[in-house]
Write a protein that binds this ligand. Sequence first.
Ligand SMILES: Cc1ncc(COP(=O)(O)O)c(C=O)c1O
Length: 388
Amino acid sequence: MIDFVEKGNEYLIGNYTRFPISFEKGEGVYLYDKAGKKYLDMLAGIAVNTLGYNHPALTEAICQQAKKVLHVSNLFYIEPQIEVAKLLVENSSGDKVFFSNSGAEANEAAIKLARKYFYDKGQYRYELITFKGGFHGRTMKTLAATANPAYQEGFEPLPEGFKYAEFNNLDSVKEQLTDKTAGVMVEVIQGEGGVNPVDKTFIEELYLFCKQNDLLLIVDEVQTGIGRTGKLFGYQYFDVEPDIITSAKGLGGGVPIGATIAKKEVASALSPGTHGSTFGGNYLATVSALVVLKEVLKEEFLEKVRENGEYLKEKLRKFGYPIKGLGLMVGMELPEEISVKDVVRKALDKGLIVGSAGKNTLRFVPPLIIKKEEIDDGIDILTKILKD
Ligand SMILES: Cc1ncc(COP(=O)(O)O)c(C=O)c1O
């Protein structure tokens, strides 16, 4: 067996700070490392593994598809891709879907779509208003959309056309409005930013503001979508109808896929040849997404996510720190004297995987199939750590 830490550091670009752990397999909400140690996973590959590990339907669909065809390109119709698009459309405010491979790509497509939509109308409107504390990806445009200097430093000059407003502050949005504004891009819960939920009044007023000013409302549901918050998309808690919704992370249950879902009048801006992706929506990705969506859309599934999310929040409240989030996207804001990084490391030692977000927030985004007993186990481990 190779020494994965030494060899990893020798051959991999060092853009990640990795824990010295390598996993061998997973089952349900548990992962097992090479030494056989068991971990309760409340991070799910950063809000990706919707159905946990080795979910029978997902594993079976992938194995069966692998025996047939994995990829053919978008020069041909791919039937599971059409089925996934149909489910996304039937269960959102969108009418048409473009598939890619990641959240950044889904957002990149949304940004291009917004520009092209106004270009086709003969209007040179290319600016998007995004929010401080938000996160939209690491490609150059999505980085420019990510109003956080810590991610942007060293990569200037960034593509132009992004204005930053204060989250949950409509006046601040109004201040950024110009005759070049094409739309607003917002998360319903800022995930990377620290699990900060949008205010109901703010997003509903923002929606009306967009309508009044002929702006596109783009909701980045890369992290909040596919049942994470207890609705298929987080915006569905509010009285808003986005023009564009982006999805990725949980959609493929661990297989890379991104989706940009748009209303038809907007979607038509991407005419033949204007945008594309070699891999986007291939057989492997879309048979996986189809299984995930069918599971998540089962009547009791989202209800369980909401119920278990409330259960998790209730259990966390006993620690006495502020608890934020919706469904199974939950943050616990730790006081300055407790380092979230330390808690994450100590949790790993004790066999619990949790994440960090924002300044000092402990982040829980477990597989959506997690059970109450498993939540209890996680809380027990956390109790031991926080007692110390
Ligand atoms: C809200 C949001 N948008 C976009 C992205 C980027 O997704 P990806 O890493 O798949 O490119 C992320 C990733 O964390 C995200 O949380």
